[in-house]
Design a protein. Sequence first.
Lengths: 329, 271
Amino acid sequence: MSALRPYLPVIGLGVLLALAPLFVTSNVALNFLVFTLIIALAAQGWNLLGGFGGQFSFGHAAFFGVGAYVSAIWQMSLGLDAWTGFVAGTLAGAVTGLTIGFLAFRAGLRGSYFALVTLAFAEVFRVLSNSSEATGGAAGLLLPLRIGAQNLQFADRSTFLAFVVALTILVLLLVQWIRGSRFGAQLVALRENEEAARALGVDVFAVKLKAIGLSGAITAAAGVLYLQYFLFIDSNIVFGTWISVEVLLAAIVGGLGTVLGPVVGALALHGLGELVKHLAGDLPGIDLAVYGAVLVVAVAFLPGGLVGLFRRKPAPRQVRKTAPEGGRV
Amino acid sequence: MSTTQMSPATGTLPPDEMLPPAEILKVENVTMRFGGLTAVNDASLTVKKGSITGLIGPNGAGKTTLFSIASGFLAPTRGRIAFEGGDITGVAPHRLAERGLGRTFQIVKPFAGLSVLENIVVGAFLRHPRRADAEAVAARVAARVGLGDRLDDPAASLTVSGRKRLEVAKALATGPKLLLLDEVLAGLNPSEVRDIIPVIRELRDTGITILMIEHVMQAVVSLCDEVFVLAQGAIIAGGTPQQVVSDPKVIEAYLGKGAAARLNRGETADA
């Protein structure tokens, strides 16, 4: 039972999300939830590398786009099926992550240098996919409508939402497991202090590579989901800077290096964005201005993100727990 | 645990200790240059298995550089390091940790965002891949260095003395055979120093060999079996603490040329 305890928050949020497809019926709300959870999933990938590992990427669009494009080409040019395309897109994200990671981490890039290199990769991918024929050039790729579970296309949105929710819960469980594992501890240790981690036997390069590979895979999976839901991608959508910004915003606002942070952050940001759009009417870009404001507030006042707000509550209990121990000694 | 002075030749091992080698660490003619600056100059020293060996010297003598070379953080310009008889020159620090060579940092490096237990667990994970085992080992190690009641506290909340203990605990959790301690007593008040000395001695008694950089001479004299003195990058003396502190070369390295002679005159005048 005690081994399950760390999983309780994940299970709680999972149950809430799992109920959503049953109760949400309006198309607007379904659209909102599917899109937000796709972003949350991509943000979860970013958070693994940036939040737990402290390696801030500014180019996670590279993985998102690779996932989407590989799966699209897999189905359209190679004529293969959507489920293996989902796997192929995810794996391609991992390979992209390992490649970028190998180059950047072997060169010892950290901090803003690492961020700039990832941004450069995403931009190069965007420009290339915009001009290459294989990726449909500037016209993008339109996935043919073939509704059916075998094509990963569903007639009603709530079925797709259920699929996205299931994947989100799966990734949440994976990240929670990683957090308690040796790999997770080593990842956090190198975020806190790389030299100290090396002295304790942490192979910093290998751990970072593992992290960026996994991170790329998760974000690429989100890219594939985007393709399967909207059935259309072009270079400015899936390799666009907006994805890179969205995922790091969601993770930072939700809580860097927390398991639930990206999901909570994405829901809060998008919820607020929709609300403001609703209230402010047709002011274009008002939701982006709100994102900016929220980021400033989060960085200034919420070092632990939204998840950190809830974490502060159990503090008195901890004090009571440690007091007798201190007295005994 | 012999306290006799090191013999210059390596062939004088007592026969019953032929294998494994009596020297757990051997630094041979190590030179380290940073551009035009020679931080370590042709330094050699040996650490006997099961001993507490001290490395002392004035500020800027190159002690920490020598530590960084021995623990794999720097590759020497020239020279060779052997650990348990095998060449480890230029081997990465995490590989050395796997082989049983642990180190602490003079400027402590706690994982500030983590609890005391989590800090130590990172070290314990090296030999215990399962979290439950690693946590049990970490808790035991914490108790050994006197942090047993602070397990859930954030590392950032520890005092200087607590952080030094944490530094030792993290290295200890990796299960080292040889532990390099870089000034774990610096910045502590005398009563804190008195509290930690038995901890270090107890480590040696459980079979961990210790090489320590230390400025607190009270600790060096009471703990070390053997001491090497580094001045301006070169080893200028080696022997028991008593031999070393009365060596005129050592006194001059600390206090300036002619100091030993003046001290001697002062002593005879007092007498």
